[in-house]
Design a protein around this ligand. Sequence first.
Ligand SMILES: [Zn+2]
Length: 553
Amino acid sequence: MSKPKSEKQPRGARIRDDFTGTTVQRLRDSAGNVCAFPGCFVHTHGANASGDGVVNLGVACHIKAAAPLGPRYDPEQTSDERKHFDNGIWMCQTHSRLIDADQSNYSVEELQEWKRAAEIRANAQLNQKSFTEKEVRVAVDEGSIALLQRFSNMSADPVNAPVAELMRGHELSLANLDPRFSVEVNKNGDRFEYFIQPVAEEVSLQLIIEGTDKIEGYLAGEKALLEEGRELVIPSDHFRLEGSRLIEALHGKVLGGQKGTLTMGAPKRELPGTLYVRTEDGSETLVDTFTFYYTSGTLRTVFEGAALEGLVDIRAHCSHDGQDTKFDISISLDAWRGKDILEFPRFSRLVKAAKHLSTGRLVFELEMNNQLVPYDSRSAEGSEEFHSQIDWMIHYLELARKVAANCDAPIVMVDTEMSPDIYQILRKYNKLLDGPVISPREPKILCKGEFDYTPRCTFESLEKQGIFAMIRISEPDGMKFNLFGQGVKAPRLSRIFTNVEYIFYTDLEFKDKPKFEVHTTVDTAVTTLLHPDDNWSVGEALADVSEVSHQDD
Ligand SMILES: [Zn+2]
């Protein structure tokens, strides 16, 4: 069946269903005054050259033609549909002619996609700066010239030399100052980093450090450098290097007035690390593989590594005589900040490992000087506390994740705070998410009020029907609490009390206002459930944490 036509059109007559002025305006605005043809991006309106008028290069084109015989004409469309905003697309003059050419191969669907894409682009452009192509080119050229000038000191033809070659020339020219070194220059943000490595067998330099009492933590830093090979950073105005033209040049001329730093340290090496849980019966569960970084000094080797994307931080040191080995393992949720708590990396593996921790221990091994140095959390100081810390944290996260899985928006870890109060709340709601919770209740008064007789509703009639056997009470509003820096609102709780007893009485003074009391009995059971009509919603954290209401069961 065809749609009813809003108006009759004589067969073959060339009557066009043109857009109204308002629709044309809306098409232009929603395309951001830019042609919707893919990649065209031409602006369609602007002042004329003399500034006393406006030039309009835009055309509101019909997706399905305005008149019979036009491209993509749809006889099923009503006149209103043909004139509708939905049937229009904004184009520059060139592209309006292209899509409306008689032999046009562009389909309705294609044009609708372009229109949508142009709207999305226009929306993204809102509040953004707009540049002409020429302006962008000039900016790029200026940037390139500055860069070229910076590195052109070695080239006779700086304009035509590729930047990479200039860079290499710069490095070589520096290395030429002292052939005992190779130089690598990297630009890191607005900082230049010079990696200077000796290529000769023996290189001697004199490093003169001045005013060490003014460098914060210098003595401890120097000790750590010597004993453990840790990095020591010295600001440029506190050191001089003598014995190499290269280093002197870098320090003096290249750095110029800029602030630099000298970083000294033993080479940092990598070592594969494996963290797993070993249970009493000897079975092992892999938690993670990661990389240890270590440096050596005169006294000991120090290791640093992070497993589970930074969640578990492991530090160790081992004296060269093997007499002193110490491991420090700590857990911090900071690494997971900003992540959706349902998308923590390797969480399931961590849960599995934690389940084994009650009977097992965290183990990892380091291979050092061809010797395996095992670490075993059971033998470490404070291991009980560490294990219970992991246990609590993982259980907390599991409870929070179950709540998050029911929420209308992701719960992102804005802060890492975990509190015993919230833990109790999470436990309570986790139980309720599994289904109604039934608990007993001591006999006592539940509520009281006034009772209105109606001719058909008397104590006797109600009691006979057994209606008084139970009563349902719902919270006026769901509980709100903070979870990792976001506010969560739970569904309302409903409580159903069964086997309650009603007591009716009348004060002699107010005979027409009978009263009642509801009491729970020894047979009363309380069924608590989440209100089925309510959602879990996520919003801003509550500023006042005392708003977290506590409900007594
Ligand atoms: Zn165009």
